[in-house]
Design a protein around this ligand. Structure first.
Ligand SMILES: Cc1ncc(COP(=O)(O)O)c(C=O)c1O
Length: 381
């Protein structure tokens, strides 16, 4: 049976997990105030960088004694700065349940050569969070973008930990509540939930993380773009918008515009509600179908941003080819771009549900999943 072509199309077919859809109010005109062709060290540039930091603090509710820096190389840059600058002072535990966490474990064990404990879980699961020794530094991803599994909350992190927590929150920030008292280093990129540009990373440090930076010097060399201290003291300017190297003032303007939009939809609460509503539109669909399911096994760990789905119909002969064909069909039809599962993840679909995506568009996409699924089942036969 081939279902009829659905009558309604998503107004915006951009469901990529990064770069993510621009917010619904974005136009190039909204960037017209960008400080282009001016020094980022002139007052106009510095003011914008400082505003980006302070508005981030306000919207995310980051404590006043935490430092927020804009750093090079998107989320990867921010994470690697932290790993290279802080690890080696004590034992390390790496939590790995999908591709990006696995990448950080490779950095730490193979590149830094640290004898870290690596706790892994299959796609769809979380490692045993009760087994972690917080005398160690613990590195983890808040939301696993390639499996659609997130940690449910921060209750598993003790307040009186000795080690630091280093958290890659790039697909969680602005969509999920982050307990700042449990996070010593938090990173994200503008390109994810806010639909900004990917040039820069955000590095958020607790007072304990700053204390580590000022009391510990790693045994390996640090390139200039990783250096957060000078003469054993934090370079405070970085956390006032005096960036290590030249930022894109166009990307900064775009981030400021995204933050203004975030405020206009109710700040963090409004953003979380939007992501939750998007995810619910998919959950309602999945619940009524026996041929599709979430990759996440436990509903308490289901991501509300990178929603990963697998096909479960036993008529499917080649799972990877089938999932690819469905994604391609939807792309060709112009109803959903970039929704194939991540290259290292199990075959399936990944539909971004972060705040910049409109719930009406997710809802409009669902009948197209029926359509593409039935069409590919028929094509197989
Ligand atoms: C969890 C996670 N970490 C790191 C990255 C890399 O981010 P970037 O390309 O912004 O450095 C991504 C990108 O999707 C991600 O999802």
């Amino acid at each position: 049976m081939v279902t009829e072509t659905p009558a309604t199309r998503p107004a915006n077919p951009r469901f990529s997990s990064g770069p993510c859809a621009k917010n619904p109010t974005f136009t190039f005109d909204t960037l017209s105030d960008a400080a282009l062709g001016r020094s980022h060290r002139a007052a106009i540039g510095k003011d914008k960088l400082k505003a980006a930091i302070e508005e981030t603090r306000e919207i995310l509710g980051i404590p006043a004694d935490y430092k927020i820096g804009i750093v090079p190389a998107s989320d990867t840059g921010a994470v690697e700065m932290a790993l290279w600058s802080m690890l080696g002072a004590r034992g390390v535990e790496m939590l790995v349940w999908e591709s990006f966490g696995a990448g950080w474990a490779t950095d730490v064990t193979k590149q830094l050569g640290l004898d870290a404990v690596v706790k892994t879980a299959d796609y769809g699961e979380l490692p045993d969070l009760a087994s972690i020794d917080f005398a160690n530094d613990v590195v983890f991803t808040w939301n696993g973008t390639t499996s659609g599994v997130r940690v449910p909350n921060g209750d598993w992190i003790p307040a009186d930990r000795e080690g630091l927590t280093i958290c890659d929150a790039t697909s969680a920030a602005f969509a999920q509540a982050l307990p700042w008292d449990k996070l010593d280093v938090t990173t994200y990129s503008w390109q994810k939930v806010l639909g900004g540009e990917a040039a820069h990373g955000m590095l958020i440090l607790s007072p304990r993380a700053v204390e580590r930076l000022e009391s510990y010097t790693p045994p390996w060399p640090l390139p200039k773009i990783f250096r957060l201290t000078k003469g054993g003291k934090l370079i405070e300017g970085i956390f006032r918008g005096e960036t290590i190297n030249t930022p894109s003032m166009l990307a900064v303007e775009d981030y400021l515009q995204a933050l203004a939009w975030a405020r206009s939809v109710g700040g963090l609460e409004g953003l979380i509600a939007r992501a939750d509503a998007n995810t619910k539109a998919i959950a309602d669909f999945v619940e009524m179908r026996d041929w599709i399911d979430f990759l996440a096994h436990d509903p308490a760990t289901l991501s509300n941003t990178s929603v990963c789905l697998k096909f479960t119909d036993d008529r499917i002969k080649d799972g990877a080819a089938f999932a690819k064909a469905v994604a391609k069909r939807l792309d060709t039809e112009g109803v959903a771009y970039d929704i194939g599962a991540y290259r290292d993840a199990p075959a399936g679909l990944r539909i971004w549900c972060g705040a910049t995506v409109e719930t009406a568009d997710v809802a409009a996409l669902m009948p197209w999943l029926d359509w593409a699924f039935e069409a590919e089942i028929a094509a197989q036969a």
